[in-house]
Design a binder for this molecule. Structure first.
Ligand code: NAD
Ligand code: WQD
Length: 343
């Protein structure tokens, strides 16, 4: 084994896919999650794919005693990947204090535990949301961080500053901040994917549930934007490509000869912008399944268009998105078909 990695939010959408890739890369994964937005059955999928069931703790990152117990019972945790957070933008507007408490305190508790136990570094789940509506596209890591449009987005910005200030104060660990664009799709096995908990706020789960007949019609939030077809543009990245970026990032932290700066930041995106209408059309073409949809008014807080310049990650991390949009949408549909059958 290459060493123990603690994955917080490990039964979540991106955490579960990253756990699979870490195991495939030869790491021992310690997984923790409070199951506030996932199910313990996700471990069955991870085990079915890899043949290994990661050691799991149902625990809250805000529970200092529980976190201390995890580190004490698992000496030699060399790296941490911090996915645990509340992530629903709309909910954050309704419940800002829940988001500030959960997303800020959990990071602080994990960083303090890392320092006590000599963990070498952390990979942090950040988001392109920190850029707001960039003035220049594609967006690079040097683009200005703009005033957050939601408490959720603000927690990501503040988390990035917490990491920066801890590192600059001489914290004995390294940090890599990965700014994800729009993760979509599922593992090719269709054994893990994005869990359908509640009414989906994100485009792809709502789209696949509409295609499956669970939702009556997909609402396209506006076609009057200043884009070629009037609908918003995003950088949709395959969740397995995203997971692989975390493995590369943690390996960079653990390799003494690699990470020169104690704090690094990377955009993790494909570098291609795709509109909502393009995405619907592509889904219909690759799956042969129609998606009933209608144009409605804009959704408050939506930015018009954003996609990554992934050059820094390509050149410095040696990472690039490899999966096509077509294959990614097929994986999303395969996952939807599987969970629809299981329901
Ligand atoms: P997710 O909700 O599927 O996963 C988060 C997991 O963390 C869940 O399993 C939840 O139960 C757990 N969790 C939440 N608070 C916790 C706590 N206090 N202690 C322990 N576990 C806790 O979300 P995801 O899409 O996998 O996102 C993972 C990370 O990536 C989040 O930090 C999110 O902000 C970030 N991110 C997600 C997206 C996206 O579109 N999915 C984009 C950019 C960034
Ligand atoms: C994508 C596009 C919508 C649903 C959010 C968070 C971001 C990150 C990723 C956590 C937009 C349109 C959507 C629908 C639609 N999450 N849409 N009908 O808003 O780009 O980013 O998730 O970090 O922080 O803000 O993703 O999937 O909600 O929307 O037309 O039913 O699809 O307007 O243009 P978004 P999304």
């Amino acid at each position: 084994m290459k060493g123990k990695i603690l994955v917080t939010g490990g039964t979540g959408y991106i955490g579960s896919h990253t756990t699979v890739e870490l195991i495939n890369a030869g790491y021992e994964v310690i997984s923790m999650d409070n199951l506030s937005n996932s199910n313990i059955e996700v471990l069955d999928g991870i085990e079915a794919i890899t043949g290994i069931r990661p050691k799991f703790y149902e625990a809250d990152c805000n529970d200092e005693a529980a976190v201390e117990r995890i580190f004490s019972e698992n000496p030699g945790i060399v790296g941490l990947i911090h996915f645990a957070a509340s992530k629903a933008v709309g909910e954050s507007v309704q419940k800002p204090l829940l988001y500030y408490r959960n997303n800020l305190l959990s990071l602080i508790v994990m960083l303090e535990a890392m320092e006590r136990h000599g963990t070498k570094g952390i990979v942090f789940s950040s988001s392109c949301t920190v850029y707001g509506q960039p003035e220049v596209l594609p967006v690079t890591e040097n683009a200005p961080v703009q005033e957050a449009l939601s408490p959720y987005g603000n927690t990501k910005q503040i988390n990035e500053e917490i990491l920066r200030d801890a590192i600059y104060a001489g914290a004995p660990y390294k940090a890599i901040r990965l700014r994800y664009f729009n993760p979509i799709g599922a593992h090719s096995s269709a054994l893990i994917g994005e869990l359908p908990l509640g009414v989906p706020q994100n485009l792809i789960p709502y789209l696949t549930q509409t295609a499956a007949g669970i939702r009556q019609e997909l609402s396209v939030f506006g076609d009057d934007y200043n884009t070629p077809d009037g609908s918003c543009i995003r950088d949709y990245i395959n969740v397995v490509d995203l997971a692989k970026a975390h493995v590369i990032a943690i390996e960079r932290i653990l390799d003494e000869d690699k990470q020169s700066e104690p704090l690094e930041t990377f955009n993790i995106g494909t570098g291609r912008g795709v509109s909502v209408l393009e995405l619907i059309n592509t889904f219909e073409q690759v799956t042969g399944v129609k998606v009933p949809h209608k144009i409605v008014g804009r959704r408050e807080g939506d930015i018009e268009q954003v996609w990554a310049n992934p050059k820094h990650a390509n050149e410095v991390l040696g990472w690039e998105a490899k999966e096509t949009l077509a294959d990614t949408l097929k994986s999303a549909w395969a996952w939807q078909e599987r969970i629809t059958k299981k329901a």
